[in-house]
Design a protein around this ligand. Sequence first.
Ligand SMILES: O=S(=O)(CCO)c1ccc(-c2ccc(C3CCCC3)c([C@H]3C[C@H]3c3ccccn3)c2)cc1
Length: 240
Amino acid sequence: ACQHRLWSEIESVVKQQVAWARTGIGECGVGWQLFAEDGEMRMYRREEEVDGMAVDPLKAVHTVPGITGHEVCHYFFGPQYRYDWETTLEQMTVLETISEDTLVFLQTHKRIWPASQRDVLFWSHMRKLPNESDRDGPDLWTVVNNSTHHPDYPPNVGKCVRIYLKVCLLCQTRVDPPKDGAPLTRDNISCKITYCSVVNPGGWAPASVLRAVYKREYPKFLKRFTAYVVNQTKNKPIMF
Ligand SMILES: O=S(=O)(CCO)c1ccc(-c2ccc(C3CCCC3)c([C@H]3C[C@H]3c3ccccn3)c2)cc1
């Protein structure tokens, strides 16, 4: 897959998105506002418009006990799980399997009144990253989703407006070994999750409507998805 047509784009977008996800909200620049908080979850956005359309970048940070970054990325990347946790999904197709860690998806999302229905076509790449800050620590894991084109599925042909997105899920596992040298259990691990997304809604949709959708849907999505991973992994061996 290293010679695949998308390989160089994937390499550069993954590096750019991971660097962005690693940038603490304090160094992200001005204008970021905390718009949702729930326990350990903090969700920030910045109001930005492109051609009069709201394309507000979003950055969420969350810490979830009992799961690893590999597990979070495994369930986020895997097409076989998506209908279980992505509530706004109407139809999902894997258009291309580029390699076991790189897929091309076509998804239609449920229509959100009064906006017209949307679809999205993106490559999705999962990767383990070396832990640069702690060489003995567990690796980081990431999934990057980036809009792309496919000759058989041109945008805005059917009823759906094509949206364009860039998403990065970056996960860092934390291990607090038990004092008495006992074997590691899920009580000794947690995962720090950073979720970044920028969505261009494609066709016109009222900024107020889009912002209401994002405000409602993003916190719901991250809570539901992480609860799904906890539930899927609780009786399984830890996947580092
Ligand atoms: O992280 S992913 O790659 C996970 C793979 O599925 C991702 C995340 C979010 C979206 C998305 C993009 C745009 C919209 C809006 C824009 C105008 C009208 C629909 C929505 C609407 C359905 C709402 C929504 C927002 C946030 C989270 C989930 N649901 C969702 C797509 C993919």
